[in-house]
Design a protein around this ligand. Structure first.
Ligand code: ADP
Ligand code: ASP
Ligand code: MG
Length: 409
């Protein structure tokens, strides 16, 4: 028997029909000899609906109760799927994250999985049952329900696969694999047969939500065989490969383009420049669990400097408040902000051995009259911050400029 973890995202379990279709699919695999653990998301739209409900009750819902609330979406799906399987004469059991001991830290809404006790799952599998596990949720050491951040069911699936040493983890979604960029924005985007974990990690952390970043980190750490496929049509999907399996000489220059819409930019201007300025400004931001992304400090002029950085748009107001408090403390001039910016990144391990990518990127944006506000680079990616209204045009232009619509090699 082969041990497999399959994960179905929101759209794939978005209706009774879809849940029935998933049950049929699972039974086919089960009968073909696979031992199955199935991780499911909430039905599409459900997590957003629950978040909205909470905000109708209070502007800042308490984090603990928020996790109790949003984790219910997945509990509905596991029960319905287990029923659909039993209805078809197949033994199945549903479990919440806590019931199969998906232990996390205590950071509500962004919890990290610390460990999984796989005993119960393995026991059920040995009895011939299909095990259905709620994605996105875990439990902390105080017995509180936690959630893993948006898209977290991917991480549950990969973590379970690592814990039970599954032969493969299959992520079923509403596209048939990983593309050169989001196919909803660039219709010419091309499905990749495979992608290195390193590149997928960059793409995910830079906004390609097809896999949650943390799931790729887990997969990479434990070398979990991972594939992204469509739950609507048959196909090979896209395989994630690991360093030791890839010949980097053959790597394409650019593998993909990722983008992030929900970004915001803040600048604190005219700060008296002395050692410790960045720490004084960014320290309180990070203490509020806000992730700072691109950071730019201007060369100081007459002893004063400006510090600009980006944060997720949802953290804009809180960041603005913190900076406004700091203006007086630091004797700075003022604070400026813009919450209508976006980030575009081109990613490729081939960049390591080739130059000129930045040039092509900057020229393409200039030719399309798109102003670059900030730039950040690493060995295998170049990111730029631009006005949000130019995002689609920029992604489409860059996709064409790097020839991503054409089969490489
Ligand atoms: P699920 O609900 O199954 O978890 P998600 O909506 O989280 O699905 O992720 C799938 C979506 O990711 C696709 O519908 C697509 O719009 C988007 N996406 C963004 N970048 C990419 C990419 N490079 N390749 C494929 N899909 C992408
Ligand atoms: N339901 C959660 C979300 O919408 C988790 C997931 O779907 O992966 O983010
Ligand atoms: Mg997802």
């Amino acid at each position: 028997m082969t041990l497999i973890v399959e994960k179905f995202g929101g759209t794939s379990v978005g209706s009774v029909e879809r849940i029935n279709a998933v049950a049929d699919h699972l039974i086919e695999k089960h009968q073909a000899g696979e031992q199955l653990v199935v991780v499911v998301s909430a039905m599409s739209g459900e997590t957003n609906r629950l978040i909205k409900l909470a905000h109708e009750i209070c502007a800042k819902p308490p984090a603990r109760e928020m996790d109790v609330l949003v984790s219910t979406g997945e509990q509905v799906t596991i029960a319905l799927l287990a029923m659909a399987l039993q209805q078809r004469g197949t033994q199945a059991r549903s479990y919440t994250g806590g019931q199969v001991s998906i232990k996390t830290d205590r950071v509500h809404s962004k919890a990290r999985i610390l460990g999984i006790d796989s005993a119960k799952i393995l026991e059920d599998l040995a009895l011939g049952r299909i095990v259905v596990v709620a994605g996105f949720q875990g439990i902390d050491d105080g017995g509180n329900i936690t959630t893993l951040g948006r898209g977290g069911s991917d991480t549950t699936a990969v973590a379970v696969a690592a814990a039970i040493n599954a032969a493969e983890c299959r992520i079923y979604t509403d596209v048939d694999g990983i593309y050169t960029t989001d196919p909803r924005v660039v219709p010419e985007a091309r499905r990749l047969k495979s992608i290195t974990a390193e590149e997928m990690l960059e793409l995910a952390s830079l906004g390609a939500k097809v896999l949650q970043t943390r799931s790729v980190e887990f997969a990479n750490k434990y070398r979990v065989p991972l594939r992204v496929l469509s739950s609507f049509e048959k196909g090979e999907g896209t395989l994630i490969t690991y360093d030791d399996e890839t010949n980097s000489m053959e790597a394409p220059l650019i593998s993909g383009i990722a983008f992030q819409r929900d970004e915001a930019k803040l600048t604190i201007r005219g700060i008296p420049d002395h050692p410790g300025v960045a720490h004084t400004v960014l320290g309180p931001i990070s203490e509020s669990h806000i992730n700072v992304d691109v950071i730019l400090q201007n060369a100081s002029e007459k002893g004063f400097t400006d510090l600009t950085f980006t944060v997720p748009r949802g953290d804009y107001e809180a960041s603005l408040e913190i900076l406004q408090r700091l203006v007086g403390e630091l004797n700075a001039q003022d604070v400026k902000g813009d919450d209508k910016i976006a980030k575009i990144s081109v990613v490729g391990v081939g960049m390591r051995s080739h130059s000129g990518v930045a040039n092509t990127m900057f020229k393409t944006l200039a030719d399309n009259d798109i102003n670059i506000q900030m730039i950040s680079t690493s060995e295998i990616k170049i990111s730029v911050i631009i006005d949000e209204s130019k995002l689609e045009t920029a992604v489409q232009a860059l996709h064409a400029a790097f020839g991503l619509d054409k089969e490489s090699g």
